[in-house]
Design a protein around this ligand. Sequence first.
Ligand code: IPM
Ligand code: MG
Length: 361
Amino acid sequence: MTKKILILPGDGIGPEIINQAEKILAYLIDEQALDLEFEHGLIGGSAVDAEGVPLPDSSLARARESAAVLLGAVGGPKWEQIDRPLRPERGLLAIRAGLDLFANLRPAVLFPQLASASTLKADVVNNLDIMIVRELTGGIYFGQPRGIKKLDDGQRQGFNTLVYSENEIKRIARIAFEVASKRQGRVCSVDKANVLEATELWREVISELAKDYPDVELQHMYVDNAAMQLVREPKQFDVIVTTNMFGDILSDLASMLTGSIGMLPSASLASDGKGMYEPIHGSAPDIAGQDIANPLATILSLSMLLRYSLSENVIADKIDNAVNQVLTDGLRTKDIHADGMTCVGTNEMGDAVVTALSNQF
Ligand code: IPM
Ligand code: MG
């Protein structure tokens, strides 16, 4: 049976980077390399404009019926002042929660061609390959109560709640241990157990669970130290497992080690195998519509989708090779551009990846 995937372009640069991934999908379907259909749905600010909510029921329903979801990015200044529950980011959180996508895998891998694009010295980042496993449907992003209220003295107070229950910690930790057992076998759990009880429990639960994985080495690290270590000696890490908010922050940090946030894909997985795939960067409204955004993180997200949700490893490898090839050929979008390289736009980069892909068929 033909599988269906749902594409949610979103806002800002979302539609233009998604376009490039679609060119690849269209090529693969045309070549009959994939038996797949794709359709589009609304999310984020564009959904607010069209339907008044950041995640229309129809988008969630279609996501549930699809084999996987490919997402661009959401948000922008246009929607920053609207009612909080209607903000684009709430649409993203709602689909993550609605599909129970608790495990967010964010690989920070350096393409050797980009070693000089990193702000760190080449020898610090050469061969860098870290997997950040971010808890995605719990923690302070979702904890209740939350809000902004008026105090008796008239001033306003903002509040959020950091909560983690044992089962939430266990299921994300299992993913991290399993991922590590297929890599170098090392997990670093990042918390703030010296201050926050929720992460004191996090540390305890992960330590207990580690007994089930005798071949994986577990280390604990406070988040402030982890941020420092990621810049000081990033290659000490294999798999990092951490909470929703720490993972959000550390994955942006790790992306810069690889040259640009425009290079990092991600996979968000549920226990039933459902997956949503998106670049880790945001909607970059400041550069939207200018044909300068880097589409490679989205193209690599498509490759992850084919690998994890559809078991199309051979095709995923071909897409990864194609990305490798265009970088070797010296093509660079503005964010990764360097002397002697060819600066290309979003569309040109997408076309080049399709060409490099077609050369493998
Ligand atoms: C990310 C983004 C989102 C997050 C925003 C857009 C809600 O920063 O995917 O990392 O904080 O999770
Ligand atoms: Mg983020």
